[in-house]
Ligand binder design. Structure first.
Ligand code: C5P
Length: 405
């Protein structure tokens, strides 16, 4: 969900604006102006009765684009104006949508240019109904609206208020600015659209025997929040997670592992197609040299456990011939800055995210300190969800820069 649509841009987007017959057509002229001002290419298609309310020349002047009204345009390639116009569009928005056009769409009719375009589209269709309150409430209209909704058409409004006919009730078209905000939200392209992002999260569990093991208090909250934030920016997320009690976000691929070695194998198997690797997991540095295949018996004697180092997963990835953009995490107990800078250098990371182990592990809030080529950036203490959003924006920015160089 996008909270502030003002910041979103429509530059380069192509919107097919369908205008059907209704007095609200004058509001569509304002909408066409606003969308054009936002950098969007607005292609207007009017029904015959729409042009009785507002002339095509108005839309042509406001959008700088020719306006289409006829199914049989003489200039269209092979007389296939309908296919051509809807193939180019990112979205079709019909505003106002009359009861008549709604009925035609619900029935799959295609007896004018606008309805033909809608039937031949492969882009989302949104409609902003506008009509007298009784026409709106009529069971036939409600049936048609229901049917369109089930077909995946998004219905915007209508609002309630004073109507052109003097009556008061539901049926007013939403205002142009409201429609613009909805269009922006719908067409918003996330910062990581289509990018493959691999995230490791949570602790690992290193078995000592069949029932006992070594682990740490990592909750997985930071890694899961980052996975959600990457999803919100339209990334294709693979999440490799150690044992946690959390409900995982709806990622493209979820891989559950226990030990560092299992996490390593899963990363190696997934890494090939990845654009970005974010290593958030608190991987155990050591594991038992040998795992007892039976439960160890309790005795009065001292028990010495031999530990061997685990493979460093992140280092393995950064040393690949063509590594993805790698982000490391460092939970530090002291000398945060020096340790983090050293770790970044040692693991050759474009970005290292450090936090205080006492503050971060298991909690809902954390301070993050980001180290990259430009220096240090502090994200003051906030919820892990908020920090994850900030971090993903920073990663997307650095990743974009790296790719452009
Ligand atoms: O050197 P240190 O273990 O503190 O580095 C932490 C970073 O390295 C984290 O991003 C963590 O996910 C990653 N790591 C790893 N494999 C290990 C240990 C740490 O990928 N065995």
């Amino acid at each position: 969900m996008v909270e502030n649509t003002n910041a979103l841009s429509l530059t380069g987007k192509r919107i097919l604006l369908g205008v059907s017959g209704g007095v609200a057509a004058y509001k569509a002229a304002e909408l066409a102006r606003l969308m054009t001002q936002e950098g969007c290419v607005v292609q207007t298609v009017m029904t015959e009765s729409a042009s009785r309310f507002v002339g095509p020349v108005t839309f042509q002047s406001l959008t700088g684009q020719p306006v289409f009204t006829e199914l049989w345009e003489a200039n269209a390639a092979n007389n296939m104006a309908h296919i051509h116009l809807s193939r180019n569009a990112d979205m079709i928005l019909i505003a106002p949508a009359s009861a008549d056009v709604i009925a035609k769409l619900a029935g799959g009719l295609a007896n004018d240019l606008l309805t033909t375009l809608c039937l031949a589209r492969d882009c989302p269709l949104m409609i902003a109904p506008a009509m007298n309150r009784q026409m709106w409430q009529n069971p036939a209209t409600q049936r048609n609206v229901d049917c369109l909704q089930r077909d995946g058409v998004q219905i915007l409004g209508p609002a309630s208020g004073e109507q052109a006919c003097g009556e008061v009730g539901l049926g007013r078209m939403l205002e142009a600015a409201e429609l613009l905000a909805i269009v922006k939200e719908k067409l918003y392209a996330g910062l990581l659209r289509g990018k493959n992002v691999l995230i490791t999260a949570g602790p690992t569990y290193e078995a000592i025997d069949v029932v006992r093991g070594i682990t740490n208090i990592s909750s997985g909250k930071m890694g899961y929040a980052i996975a959600q934030a990457a999803l919100d920016e339209d990334a294709k997320v693979t999440l490799i997670t150690g044992p946690t009690c959390l409900k995982p976000p709806a990622v493209k691929r979820l891989i559950n592992v226990l030990s560092a070695k299992e996490m390593m194998s899963a990363v190696i198997e997934a890494i090939d197609k990845m654009d970005i690797f974010i290593s958030v997991a608190a991987v155990a540095d050591y594991r038992a040299a040998a795992v007892n295949q039976k439960k160890l018996k309790k005795t009065d004697q001292k028990l010495v456990l031999e530990l061997v180092p685990n493979p460093d997963i992140l280092q393995h990835v950064t040393r690949l011939p063509k590594p993805p953009f790698c982000v490391g995490f460092a939970a530090e107990a002291d000398n945060l800055e020096e340790n983090a800078a050293l770790k970044r250098q040692k693991k050759k990371l474009p970005l290292l995210v450090a936090n205080w182990v006492q503050e971060a592990m298991g909690s809902d809030e954390t301070t993050l300190v980001l180290f990259d080529d430009t220096g240090k950036h502090i994200l003051e203490k906030a919820s892990k969800h908020f920090q994850a959003k900030q971090l993903i924006k920073h990663i997307a920015f650095l990743y974009g820069q790296q790719r452009d160089n």
